[in-house]
Write a protein that binds this ligand. Structure first.
Ligand SMILES: Nc1nc2c(ncn2[C@@H]2O[C@H](COP(=O)(O)OP(=O)(O)OP(=O)(O)O)[C@@H](O)[C@H]2O)c(=O)[nH]1
Ligand SMILES: [Mg+2]
Length: 297
């Protein structure tokens, strides 16, 4: 048996969360077309008879501009430190950037780094060849694999490459687990995902979600969930609620469907909006929302 930790790293929007979901076959991480969707390290476990790959999805690598950004970058670094293999994800449509090259040449000297050229479905062949050419010039990268996380293309090849660098060892998690995050955390993330899709400009970035109640009704196949969407400015509250409450209804209704799928049972979801001014710069308020550096692993 082989088992180990596989860190998925890369620039914002490269497709890391899409990749972890495809690898694990479950929606463990939320996805959106906006950069900086992921804020935490998210574990996704793939168990077969021969191996257990424990993937860690990480926030996109960026220069932190507030405390939340610092938390996100600490998450990335923690995950890298504990990894047996790094799969560095690149958006083929954007091409291999200077930042990509810098990360790859730094880390491939000291760690097992595989480069995954993602979104191969969205570009012409020539663009992929150009990307591969550039990546093959970087010394010490273990391998370069073109993939489409969204379509599931070439993921078997990527798994084979990862497997080469996983140590022999027992399973790290039981084989029925696909993540270590509690359902309550997943519910909060699903709500945040809808907010990321539906809200504009800077508003989604200042959103946090706190699930206050998460309970199954006694003897009934129905869950009662009460959550607060936290905004960082009073002016954002009205935007999240929308005209006649239309926006908050759309967010809640989309999230409810996803949570029902996750739980396999009916969900009653009530979502409120609260202001916690500039929470992204307050250690205390960030901890309330679950962003606590001490808990990173
Ligand atoms: N066409 C295409 N789009 C993809 C692929 N993988 C991801 N995407 C899209 O790229 C966008 C970003 O995907 P995410 O998985 O959220 O990217 P991420 O790297 O986790 O982004 P952050 O969490 O912000 O760092 C979404 O709109 C995805 O649907 C792919 O293989 N092909
Ligand atoms: Mg992500």
């Amino acid at each position: 048996m082989k088992s180990g930790f596989v860190c998925l790293a890369g620039l914002p929007n490269a497709g890391k969360s899409t990749l972890i979901n495809s690898m694990v076959g479950e929606k463990v991480a939320i996805v959106s077309w906006r950069p900086q969707t992921t804020r935490d390290n998210i574990l996704g476990i793939l168990t077969t008879e021969e191996y257990q790959m424990v993937f860690i999805d990480t926030p996109g690598i960026h220069v932190a501009r507030n405390n939340l950004g610092k938390y996100m970058m600490t998450a990335v670094n923690t995950s890298i430190k504990n990894a047996d293999v790094i799969v560095y994800v690149i958006d083929a449509a954007k091409g291999v950037t200077e930042e990509d090259e810098k990360f790859l040449s730094d880390f491939s000297q000291k760690m097992n780094v595989i480069a995954a050229l993602n979104k191969s479905d969205s570009v012409v062949r020539e663009t992929i060849f150009k990307g591969l050419e550039k990546l093959n010039e970087i010394k010490n990268i273990k391998s370069v694999v073109p993939i489409s996380a969204k379509q599931g293309d070439n993921l078997d090849t990527l798994k084979e490459e990862i497997l080469k660098f996983l140590p022999e060892g027992e399973m790290l998690y039981t084989d029925d687990m696909f993540t270590d995050k509690p359902l309550k955390f997943m519910a909060a993330e699903y709500i945040r995902e809808k907010a990321f899709y539906l809200l504009d400009k800077e508003v989604p970035y200042g959103i946090g979600v706190e699930v206050r109640k998460f309970e199954r009704r006694e003897g009934k196949p129905i869950w009662d969930i009460y959550a607060d969407i936290i905004v960082e400015k009073p002016s954002h509250k009205a935007i999240v609620i929308g005209k006649k409450g239309e926006m908050i209804k759309r967010i809640a209704s989309g999230a409810r469907q996803d949570i029902e799928e996750l739980l396999g049972e009916k969900v009653f979801l009530e979502v409120y909006v609260k202001v916690k001014e500039d929470w992204r710069d307050s250690d205390y308020l960030m901890k309330e929302l679950g962003y606590d550096i001490k808990n990173l692993k």
